[in-house]
Design a binder for this molecule. Structure first.
Ligand code: ADP
Ligand code: MG
Length: 439
């Protein structure tokens, strides 16, 4: 069993307020936990349910990162008798029959705002959902974090369920986890029945297939079987199939068989429309001035916008505060502080180095090749923008002589953001990845 303190690990992964309100109250039951099943105790039903829906995946991922296994997670109530391990694992197997997966009901075509940044992907998704298995098979949607890939994927799923189709939605990590679990427990027939007998298979975030050879092999056969039977497959990824490192050629070519389409960062008007749509859906009334303020201040991530709207809603609803610009500015300030509390310099180096393909040691060196100079500039800019560190802190961390060169790099980056569209998009994409903790 693990030696690490799982709650401490979790603290690094989620917001401080979620941690303090919910996770802090969880008790890890070491004695009843095993490699296959991790048990926590929650003080009441509300907290147990909230954690179950919101954090089960995160908890599993932490275990997965540390041990390469994904246990089932049980959140039981304090004082409640623990269910037999056999029953819990059995539940997991029972769900391995071709039944619809639970989708997020709010991810529909109606709640999706269409603009030039996502028009193609939206049209393709709509078209596919009316002609499942016939039109583009597979449909492959790619693009940066938080730009609506999962939303579109699930919109297709929700529409297919209305058409009485069997829909399986999984992230590639869940697919892999399900696969390894089924091998281990000798239940491959259940696994294949689930994935090869559905009408629509939705797989999210396939970039994580990198280097997962066994899973790729299984997915290859799943793909073939579904495709031959004219069943629809839809995949999403943060990059093109050809850019996913360590992806088998034959799988790469199959991913490109149908239609490949991307989602891009929305322009200002689309962003305003998205904020207005989210307000409508959540019955929040904001003035034009406030909507504009949010769109300008939170420049890239729609997830951040949603976080802010939830806070606005809570302040207005629960605390009876009047929604005005000052309230929104304060909430936004809190949110930015909370975000910065969670991002550390090594996280930034990790993402910049991985995404721009530059060694971390080069970013921290005085190397002057164009690629490294550019990467270092971006890392410096993002460090100042997304963490609490001062310019001297950043200089020290990157092994630079003093903070004046940090300051020069930031001025240069600001200049490039104004005049170089590519540079600006690179910054926005990296920022989204960092904010969404893809390190
Ligand atoms: P991705 O899967 O690309 O990382 P998501 O689909 O999870 O992004 O989108 C993040 C959030 O932003 C979701 O809540 C989603 O509803 C919202 N969102 C993104 N694009 C749009 C859009 N065009 N219209 C409405 N909501 C959107
Ligand atoms: Mg997604």
């Amino acid at each position: 069993m693990l030696k690490v303190n799982i709650l401490e690990e979790l603290e690094k992964e989620i917001t401080t307020s979620d941690y303090n309100k919910f996770i802090k109250q969880l008790v890890y039951k070491r004695a009843s936990s095993s490699d296959e099943l991790i048990v926590f105790e929650a003080p009441n039903k509300f907290i147990a349910n909230y954690i179950k829906t919101k954090f089960t995946n995160t908890i599993q991922n932490i275990y997965f990162n540390l041990t390469n296994t994904k246990p089932s997670i049980e959140i039981k109530l304090a004082g409640e008798k623990r269910r037999a391990k056999k029953d819990i694992l059995n539940d997991q197997l029972l769900s391995s029959t071709p039944e619809n997966t639970i989708l997020n009901q709010s991810y529909t075509f109606d709640s999706f705002v269409v603009g030039s940044s996502n028009q193609m992907a939206y049209n393709a998704s709509k078209a596919v959902s009316t002609k499942l298995g016939i039109l583009y098979n597979p449909l492959f949607i790619y693009g940066g974090t938080g730009l609506g890939k999962t939303h579109l994927l699930q919109a297709i799923g929700n529409s297919a369920i209305e058409q009485h189709k069997t829909v399986i939605y999984v992230t590639i990590e869940q697919f892999m986890n399900d696969f390894t679990f089924s091998i281990k427990t000798n239940k491959m027939d259940h696994f294949r029945n689930k994935y090869r007998k559905c009408d629509l298979l939705l797989i999210d975030d396939v970039q994580f297939l990198s280097g997962k050879d066994e899973t790729q092999k299984e997915l290859f056969h799943t793909f073939n079987e579904l495709h031959t039977a004219n069943k629809q497959i839809i995949l999403t990824s943060d990059k093109l199939p050809s850019q996913i490192a360590g992806l088998e050629e034959r799988l790469k070519s199959r991913f490109e068989w149908g239609l490949t389409t991307d989602v891009q960062i929305p322009g200002f008007e689309t962003k305003i429309a998205i904020i207005e749509k989210k307000c409508d859906l959540n019955a929040i009334n904001l003035s034009k001035e406030i909507v504009q303020y949010i769109a300008t201040t939170l420049d890239s991530s729609i997830r951040e916008v949603e976080g802010l709207l939830i806070k606005i809603n809570a302040s207005a609803d629960l605390l009876g505060q009047k929604i005005n610009l000052e309230l929104v500015q304060n909430l936004l300030k809190d949110q930015i502080k909370e975000k910065k509390d969670n991002i550390k310099l090594p996280n930034i180096i990790e993402i910049v180095s991985r995404e721009l393909n530059i060694k971390p040691s080069d970013l921290k060196s005085s190397k002057r090749t164009a690629n490294v100079v550019n990467g270092r500039r971006i890392a410096i800019y993002l460090s100042r923008e997304l963490t609490h560190n001062s310019m001297p802190d950043i200089a020290k961390f990157l092994g630079m002589k003093d903070h004046s060169s940090v300051s020069k790099n930031i001025s240069k980056a600001n200049e490039l953001i104004e005049k170089d569209e590519n540079f600006r998009l690179t910054i926005e994409n990296l920022k989204n990845k960092i904010i969404n903790k893809e390190y």
